[in-house]
Every structure is written in structure tokens, then in C-alpha cells.
Design a protein around this ligand. Structure first.
Ligand code: NAD
Ligand code: LMR
Length: 334
């Protein structure tokens, strides 16, 4: 089998460190698929990325054909089949939202252009660096000739968080949970939705009502505990751990790419993908939806009912995505 070239940006960061060894071990694309890794860093991160490359060599991974480290986006994306855009500019003290979007535009616009210029014809891109949805929008807009559908953003971590919280409340194994959905932005406005989820083959809303003593109590738990807990889990991790999620984010990014390229096996997951107007989400926004993949890219699941509360929650998150889009448009980034 030919080697797959995978470019990881921000490779010297904490997510990069938690991700690269698992990719090299074959956990992302399968234990029969050789991989070639390209590590992109800014000059200040090159030395640390080189150190990671030395450790990758020391892993003696049978599937790992090559590791290259560079600070040149064009060299990094040359021939890339998979691009994992992890490196981003974090918010620093005194930085306004517009400043953050502008700083990230300075990263994701050139990277989108470099992907268009140099990546393989079948390239698939996942944006992890925050604000992930809008960074994906910027990269896609700068990648002339690459279909926007190839650019996705990571909400799989939110999805896994929702699965884990639901399983914990019902004292069920996580493996029994299917059909959870994350709608909207990878931010505190997101809507984690269990309306169509099943646990051990039974409808999750029904099980929750049984366990919690009625439909009202189940709705209260969803509104007051489940949704805010999942939507603010990133902040909770930062508060408890002292830095943002890394291993769980790497795990989610790995699963996102695996399912995009190898398929979801008929099941549903969540990913932020470009909207064509599904569920009333304005065309062109990179928004999280329930998705499936047959291995040829994520497709939005279009036939789910959203009740009035669900529509309102999705609407609030989409309003935030529209604001972010308008801000980057005003900056001339898209
Ligand atoms: P980190 O600060 O540990 O590492 C980021 C790395 O990116 C640094 O090494 C930095 O030098 C590098 N970098 C910055 N600009 C770059 C550029 N232009 N090109 C290449 N590399 C560049 O951060 P981290 O913990 O690894 O997190 C990375 C990003 O992922 C952050 O934006 C974080 O908020 C985001 N994140 C997203 C999710 C999600 O679910 N979508 C979850 C967790 C973290
Ligand atoms: C997360 O969801 O854990 C991260 O997006 C949080 C962050 O701000 O990096």
C-alpha cells in the first residue's frame, strides 16, 4: 500500500505531542497503512518539533516511512493527503475577538493557499486550532480550486464528551451510546443533542425520563446539567488541568480523520462541515452537524427532526458563526 502523507501543524504543541505517536503507530488510518509525517511549526517551535521527530524515530514504528520538520507551509503541505491544522494563535491578555480572528486569519489564509498550491488532489483537511469553525472557513476560502467540502473542523471532542456524560448519567457503557449529535459552533453556544440517541438500543430521552423520574426532570437535567457541562467542558479542563485539553483533543482529531477517510460504518458522528443550507444553516458556514461517511468524506444527515428548543439552540450558535464570518469578511479574509 502507498504511504499516506499527513501534515500536522503546531506539531510541537501539546496536541501534536499527544497525536503524532498514535498516528505513527497506525491508530488513525489502520495498521496496514504506511504513513509519512510532515511537521509544520513556526521558527520558535522548530527545535521542539525536531525533538519530537527524534522521538518518533526512536519509536521504531514499522508503518512510519519518514518524518520531516519545516517552517515552510508550502513544503509542509507538498503532496499531503491529510492536513491536520492544529497550530493556532491563542487569545492573550487584552486581545479582543476581532484581534484573535485577524491573528488566526494570518495563519489559516496562507495555509489554505499553500494547501491549494501543493497538496495532493485528494487532500482532506481538519482544523483543530480555535476558533476552529471560522479558521476552517478562512482556510477553505483561500484554497482556490479545492472543494470547500474538503475542509472540516473538529467537534468530535464535543461529541465524545456528550457520549461520556450521557453514559455516566445512565450508568451505561459508552459503547452502548449511539446517535448523539453536536450542532453549531465549537464554543459554549454549541448544542449537544440526545433527542435521537439510543443507549443499549433504547431511546435516550425515554431512558432518562425513567431514570430521573419523568420527562420534566429529564428536560431539566438536559438543560441545566448536560448541555452546559458539555458546552463548557473545554473551560472546565483548563480550570482543573491548568491547560487546555490535549490528549482528548488528539484522540478526537484522530477519530475524526479515521472516520472521514475510512467511514463511519453506517453510524453517525458529529463534525463541522460546510453547510449547503441544511437545517436552515446559511450556505457556506462551517457548522457542526450529525454526519456519516462512507470513506469519501462527511455527509450531513438531513432527516432528523429538531424540536422548537433544538431549533432555538442551533439558531443561537449559528448566529455566533454568522458574527464570526462577518468579522473575518470585514477583515478581507474571506
Ligand atoms: P499549544 O500552544 O500547545 O501548541 C500550538 C503550537 O502551534 C505551538 O507549538 C505553536 O508554535 C504552533 N503554531 C502557532 N502558529 C503556527 C503556525 N502558523 N504554523 C505552525 N504552527 C504554529 O496548543 P495546543 O494545546 O496544541 O492546542 C492547539 C489548538 O487547538 C489551540 O487553538 C486550541 O485552542 C485548539 N483546541 C481545539 C480543540 C477542538 O476540539 N477543536 C480542542 C482542544 C484544543
Ligand atoms: C476544548 O474544547 O477543550 C478547547 O477548544 C478549549 C480551548 O479553548 O482550547
Amino acid at each position: 500500500m502507498d504511504a499516506t502523507t499527513i501534515t500536522v501543524t503546531g506539531a510541537a504543541g501539546q496536541i501534536g505531542y499527544a497525536l503524532l505517536f498514535r498516528v505513527a503507530a497506525g491508530e488513525m488510518l489502520g495498521h496496514d497503512r504506511p504513513v509519512r509525517l510532515r511537521l509544520l511549526e513556526i521558527p520558535a517551535g522548530i527545535r521542539a518539533a525536531e525533538g519530537t521527530a527524534l522521538e518518533l524515530q526512536d519509536g521504531a514504528f514499522p508503518l512510519l516511512q519518514a518524518v520531516e520538520v519545516t517552517d515552510d507551509p508550502r513544503a509542509a503541505f507538498a503532496g499531503a493527503n491529510v492536513a491536520m491544522l492544529v497550530g493556532a494563535r491563542p487569545r492573550s491578555a487584552g486581545m479582543e475577538r476581532g484581534d484573535l480572528l485577524a491573528a488566526n486569519g494570518g495563519i489559516f489564509a496562507p495555509q489554505g493557499a499553500a494547501i491549494a498550491a501543493a497538496a495532493a488532489a485528494d487532500v482532506r483537511v481538519v482544523v483543530v486550532g480555535n476558533p476552529a469553525n471560522t479558521n476552517a472557513l478562512i482556510a477553505a476560502a483561500s484554497a482556490d480550486g479545492v472543494p470547500a467540502e474538503r475542509f472540516t473542523a473538529l467537534t468530535r471532542l464535543d461529541h465524545e464528551r456528550a457520549v461520556a456524560q450521557l453514559a455516566a448519567r445512565l450508568e451505561a457503557p459508552v459503547a452502548d451510546v449511539t446517535g448523539v449529535a453536536i450542532w453549531g459552533n465549537h464554543s459554549a453556544t454549541q448544542f449537544p443533542d440526545i433527542a435521537h440517541a439510543t443507549v443499549g438500543g433504547r431511546a435516550a430521552p425515554e431512558l432518562l425520563a425513567e431514570r430521573l423520574g419523568g420527562t420534566d426532570a429529564a428536560t431539566r437535567w438536559l438543560d441545566e446539567e448536560f448541555v452546559p457541562r458539555v458546552a463548557r467542558r473545554g473551560a472546565e479542563i483548563i480550570e482543573v488541568r491548568g491547560s487546555s485539553s490535549a490528549a482528548s483533543a488528539a484522540n478526537a482529531a484522530l477519530r475524526h480523520v479515521r472516520d472521514d477517510l475510512l467511514g463511519t460504518g453506517g453510524g453517525r458522528t458529529s463534525a463541522a462541515v460546510v453547510s449547503h443550507g441544511e437545517y436552515g444553516v446559511p450556505e457556506g458556514l462551517v457548522c457542526s452537524f450529525p454526519v456519516t461517511s462512507d470513506g469519501s468524506g462527511y455527509r450531513i444527515v438531513e432527516d432528523l427532526d429538531l424540536d422548537d428548543r433544538g431549533c432555538a439552540r442551533l439558531g443561537a450558535s449559528v448566529a455566533e458563526l454568522v458574527e464570526e464570518r462577518d468579522a473575518v469578511r470585514a477583515l478581507g479574509l474571506i
